[in-house]
Design a protein around this ligand. Structure first.
Ligand code: HEC
Ligand code: HEC
Length: 156
């Protein structure tokens, strides 16, 4: 995973250009697509990240490595994996940077960085935030898939 992170960082200037189009679609309009198996399996450790926040190839790559999921084992049975994978890909966001390696983290995507560039370093380091992946620390509606700017509450 470290190697992948480094790769993503290194590739950043290239990926940013390729993925700008995806960014435009992801901002304001987050689909409310739902699936009970996804909700049950993918919301026990963090909020169920809405499928529209990553392109289909990212979800495909992520679902094929659940046993080594950001340092934890998040495996599910084969039937659930197939159902969740199909749901995520069907409702995925757009990606025109087809030739680049899929980005596995929402927080590594160009649109995420753009939307959050006003958030200062001290806020990210706040123990109440812990990690940029911890959307619910600042987005009061994250559990319900609502990331609108009106629901943002920065912890003090
Ligand atoms: C056993 C706990 C666990 C389960 C179950 C789990 N995850 Fe995760 N997930 C993690 C951890 C830990 C991270 C890394 C969080 C961090 O860096 O702070 C993560 C990160 C992610 C990220 C990247 C977030 C970012 O930084 O942008 C995505 C996307 C993701 N998970 C999707 C899923 C999906 C889809 C499922 C269901 C198939 C799932 N997760 C189930 C533990 C889990
Ligand atoms: C440290 C606090 C913090 C965390 C953690 C955080 N965000 Fe944000 N987010 C913000 C702020 C601040 C804004 C900008 C709100 C504004 O434009 O007024 C924002 C904006 C957004 C927007 C655009 C909203 C809009 O209406 O334009 C989206 C989408 C979003 N965040 C998704 C996420 C996701 C998904 C995660 C977790 C993977 C996350 N955020 C984690 C603070 C945070």
């Amino acid at each position: 995973m470290k190697i992948l992170n480094r790769f993503i960082k290194y590739l950043w200037p290239v990926a940013a250009g390729c993925l700008l189009s995806f960014g435009a679609s992801a901002d304001a309009h987050i689909s409310s697509a739902n699936n009970p198996t996804w909700k049950a399996e993918c919301s026990s450790c963090h909020v169920a990240y809405p499928p529209s926040l990553l392109p289909a190839d990212s979800w495909r790559a992520l679902m094929s490595g659940l046993d080594k999921h950001f340092g934890v084992d998040a495996s599910v049975d084969a039937k659930s994996a197939a159902e969740i994978g199909a749901f995520l890909q069907k409702n995925a966001g757009r990606n025109r940077g087809a030739s680049t390696k899929p980005i596995l983290r929402i927080t590594e995507t160009p649109w995420f960085k753009r939307e959050h560039d006003e958030v200062g370093a001290a806020v990210w380091k706040n123990p109440k935030v812990k990690s940029a992946s911890n959307c619910a620390a600042c987005h009061s509606g994250a559990e319900q898939g609502n990331f609108s700017e009106h629901g943002v509450r920065i912890p003090r």
